[in-house]
Write a protein that binds this ligand. Structure first.
Ligand SMILES: Cc1cc2nc3c(=O)[nH]c(=O)nc-3n(C[C@H](O)[C@H](O)[C@H](O)COP(=O)(O)OP(=O)(O)OC[C@H]3O[C@@H](n4cnc5c(N)ncnc54)[C@H](O)[C@@H]3O)c2cc1C
Length: 474
């Protein structure tokens, strides 16, 4: 019986297992390794607050690529939603906790299906600390130093905690007043001082953290510092589909030509009082293809000059949350600054942060009570402490893309490429580890398709190897 292990049981690991079980025609073993608390939900759908909501509408959050209304239909069966208007719910942004419950229910149903198919399912509440690839198998070491060996291994490790920004006094990051992981509730509780709280970063996690701080009764000021200090945008034109740009998309567009094309269409929609978002959204189904065709230099240019602008246009928040953020800014409770943090020093009762203000080009000092890192998931695996992925990079089992956005892999088969440039027979990856290969490889919309494709691909590989074995015996 072939045994597969999935490292990481967030959305990606869970849905890969679900698809493997769904497609399996013969008994097999499937093991998922993930700590119990976040199993099925991962980082995104195990929020500490009910007020943390999805940034994608209900109608687009199905876990299955071939059943687009699956999440919406599931929501409509829940007692709280049964007499609500379905179109309204389809276009609304629901709590991420509810989405976590949806994934847990999918998993519970899938385990029952697995039993009927003779599939052995095993969930291990642990953390993988090392990995080795053997001739026809993969070995893993867990936190308790136990060793497990499988025929196939799928790496679905998802979001890494944010990187510590480079500052002069790096030892500050040992401080109890610094919170590197913004997705844990301890980052927003037990604030005893009236001094401001500093949030490093200005994206969706910053917004969640502001909401978390307010929910915990924090009454002081909140300061955010990020390189550009862009204002986060709301979803303004929900449902508006713009098609004119894609009609003009051709293969092999250079980055420069693409920017020119996008600007032309943004100008065209502005004449009708529409902002850039529908134009950017219309590119979404094509971004992976466009990214793959860019040269290394174009990818570098995009990362250094356009990444933040793209992020603002792509990662938007529901209008009512945006209103709340704006109100806080108007009231002087939230200050969004563009700048670079130079140094941080801790005294007994406060922390002093020195940053270079990008608006007036001066050095500024602020006193805060705590600092929460909201810069978003780290992608350079060499910077992730105590990670088996870092060990694998050192051992040459895997390599990073040039921009250090993830793991190098074949995006058709999902096979991980080793330091000799060869694909591993039994080691696969998907999800945000493919950011370097695909750029957009983060949201449910992309991940559900990858989970389905990888499961199908593994089935084909298995069937062809079984056929080969049978032929050899014959
Ligand atoms: C705060 C937040 C909100 C988001 N909201 C949305 C949204 O509304 N809509 C949307 O489409 N996308 C959203 N996303 C994008 C999100 O990344 C994906 O939707 C999806 O949840 C990613 O799932 P994942 O399983 O790949 O990663 P993760 O959710 O990060 O899960 C990975 C899992 O792997 C485990 N793991 C990692 N390393 C190991 C190891 N060595 N051993 C064992 N286990 C390990 C982790 O503990 C974790 O449970 C959000 C992301 C974040 C961070």
């Amino acid at each position: 019986m072939k045994k597969t292990v999935i490292i990481g049981g967030g959305f990606t690991g869970t849905m890969t297992a679900v698809q493997l079980i769904k497609k399996s025609t013969a008994p097999c073993g499937i093991t998922i390794i993930n700590e119990r608390e976040t199993f099925n939900k991962g980082v995104a759908y195990n929020p500490y607050s009910d007020k943390h909501i999805l940034n994608v509408i209900t109608g687009k959050m199905s876990a299955y690529p071939d059943n687009p209304d699956h999440f919406l239909d599931w929501v409509m069966t829940r007692p709280d939603f049964q007499d609500r208007d379905k179109t309204l719910i389809a276009n609304s942004f629901l709590p991420r906790k509810l989405y976590g419950e949806y994934l847990t229910e999918i998993w519970t149903d899938t385990v029952k299906t697995a039993e009927t198919k003779g599939i052995e399912v095993n969930v291990i509440d642990s953390f993988v600390i090392d990995l080795d690839v053997n001739e026809n198998s993969v070995s893993l070491w867990l936190e308790d130093d136990s060793k497990l060996t499988f025929d196939t291994c799928i790496i679905a490790t998802g979001n890494q905690i944010p990187r510590n920004p480079a500052i002069k006094n790096h030892s500050f990051y040992e401080s109890k007043k610094y919170f590197q992981n913004p997705w844990l509730i301890n980052s927003v509780i037990n604030i005893k001082s009236d001094l401001p709280v500093l949030l490093i970063g200005n994206g969706l996690t910053m917004v969640d953290t502001v909401i978390g701080l307010l929910e915990q009764g924090f009454k002081g000021e909140i300061i955010s510092v990020s390189p550009n200090g862009f204002n986060i945008l709301p979803h303004r034109h929900n449902g508006l589909k713009y098609t004119k740009l894609t009609e003009e998309l051709t293969d092999n567009l250079s980055l420069f030509e693409l920017v020119r094309l996008v600007n032309k269409h943004i100008k065209a929609v502005r004449e009708y009082g529409v902002t850039a978002e529908p134009v950017i959204d219309s590119l979404r189904p094509h971004t992976q293809k466009i990214w793959k065709k860019f040269t290394d230099r174009e990818k570098e240019l995009f990362m250094s000059r356009l990444r933040h602008l793209w992020g603002v246009a792509r990662h938007r928040i529901p209008l009512h949350i945006h209103d709340k953020i704006q109100k806080l800014q108007i009231e002087g409770r939230l200050h969004i600054n563009a700048g670079k943090i130079i140094d941080i020093t801790e005294s007994e009762n406060f922390i002093t942060v020195e940053y270079f203000d990008h608006h007036d080009h001066t050095l500024k000092n602020i006193k805060v009570s705590r600092i929460i890192n909201c810069t978003g998931p780290e992608t350079d695996l060499m910077n992730v402490e105590k990670s088996f992925l870092k060990n694998c990079l050192i051992k040459g089992i895997l390599i990073q893309d040039k921009l250090k956005l993830g793991i190098t892999a074949d995006t058709e088969t999902f096979q991980v490429i080793n330091s000799d440039g060869k694909p591993h027979e039994s080691l696969f990856t998907l999800g945000s580890n493919l950011k370097g290969e695909l750029w957009e490889s983060t949201a449910v919309n992309e991940l559900r398709g990858q989970a389905e494709k990888l499961a199908e691909n593994l089935k084909v590989i298995r069937e062809s190897s079984e056929m080969k074995n049978a032929e050899t015996k014959f």
